[in-house]
Design a protein around this ligand. Structure first.
Ligand SMILES: [Fe+2]
Length: 298
């Protein structure tokens, strides 16, 4: 079953916290996920030195890395640059493609650039990008888990601070439902939570919705709401039958990320029962042992 380490809103620049970044590296070395997903905001102000530091950090992982730009990767105050070449430094240092398809064993991932340089804070997915995703998944095996990565959120947070979702979220989720997307990974709001597309589209694909997984800021001091001054990341193990999401929070005492909550989803009744029966309710150490052994089991 593919495993994903999901981080977000790294924010190289003044708010960056090096000890969190080092802890992510250590966790990746121990848990050995199949891939790392970084869902945008690599920098605080889209400056060249910040991009250089972010790129160096990404190169330190011995893993395939899925990326997408965030609104902070577009210059906010350098207006002409934002209008004429908003992603120039991102493309130079992080990844040239803004929308990209990644194919792994049992897994197809489509990363879509949700930034909208004309309105820097808000996000949007355009029709052409949705068609790009449709074509990418049409070429995927039926057995592949289908994952979309964006920066901006498609589901509102449970605490309703900044509860506006990205522009066109409803249209995007309708298309994603139509093309069989299983999972969306995103960031932007600097706190971790789980959403479900059925909250928006109760009439479609009733047996299962798209699981929307949000990550907080993993390595910066910009946590918001219930994650104010906190940091989080996600561990995901999933195939088309079942999805496990585990939120990790930074522990100041132990100086490392620790399991905080666990969420399981099954796409069929039988799978759900099996998954539910198998559920472990033990605390951090048991969950961590499971992560460390998951690579060996597969
Ligand atoms: Fe951010």
């Amino acid at each position: 079953m593919p495993s994903i380490l999901h981080v977000s809103d790294i924010h190289f620049g003044p708010p960056f916290l090096p000890d969190r970044a080092a802890a992510v590296r250590e966790l990746a070395d121990l848990a050995k996920p199949d891939l790392l997903v970084a869902s945008g905001d690599f920098t605080q102000r889209a400056k060249r030195p910040q991009f250089e530091a972010a790129a160096e950090y990404l190169r330190s992982f011995d893993l395939p890395i899925v990326v997408t730009p965030g609104n902070h990767d577009v210059p906010l105050y350098r207006v002409w640059e934002r209008i004429l070449s908003p992603h120039a430094l991102y493309r130079e240092h992080i990844r040239d493609a803004l929308n990209e398809v990644y194919r792994f064993e049992g897994l197809t991932v489509v990363a879509l650039d949700s930034t909208r340089p004309s309105r820097p804070t808000n996000g949007k997915l355009r029709r052409g990008q949705l068609e790009f995703a449709r074509r990418a998944f049409a070429a995927a095996s039926d057995s592949d888990l289908r994952v979309v990565v964006t920066h901006h959120h498609l589901a509102p947070p449970p605490d309703f601070e900044h509860d506006r979702v990205m522009s066109g979220a409803r249209r995007a989720l309708r298309v994603f439902t139509d093309i069989g997307v299983d999972l969306v990974l995103a960031g932007h709001l600097h706190r971790a939570y789980i959403g479900d597309s059925l909250d928006f589209f109760p009439g479609e694909r009733r047996e299962t919705g798209i699981v929307i997984v949000q990550c907080g800021t993993t390595t910066s001091s910009r946590g918001r709401g219930r994650e104010r001054l906190k940091n989080s990341l996600n561990w995901i193990e999933a195939d088309r039958e079942r999805i496990l999401v585990r939120h990790y929070l930074w522990c100041d005492v132990e100086r490392r990320f620790r399991p905080h909550s666990e969420h399981r989803f099954g796409s069929r009744d039988s799978a759900w029962l099996e998954w539910g029966d198998d559920a472990e309710t033990a605390g951090g150490e048991a969950n961590e042992a499971k992560i460390l052994s998951s690579r060996d089991r597969s």
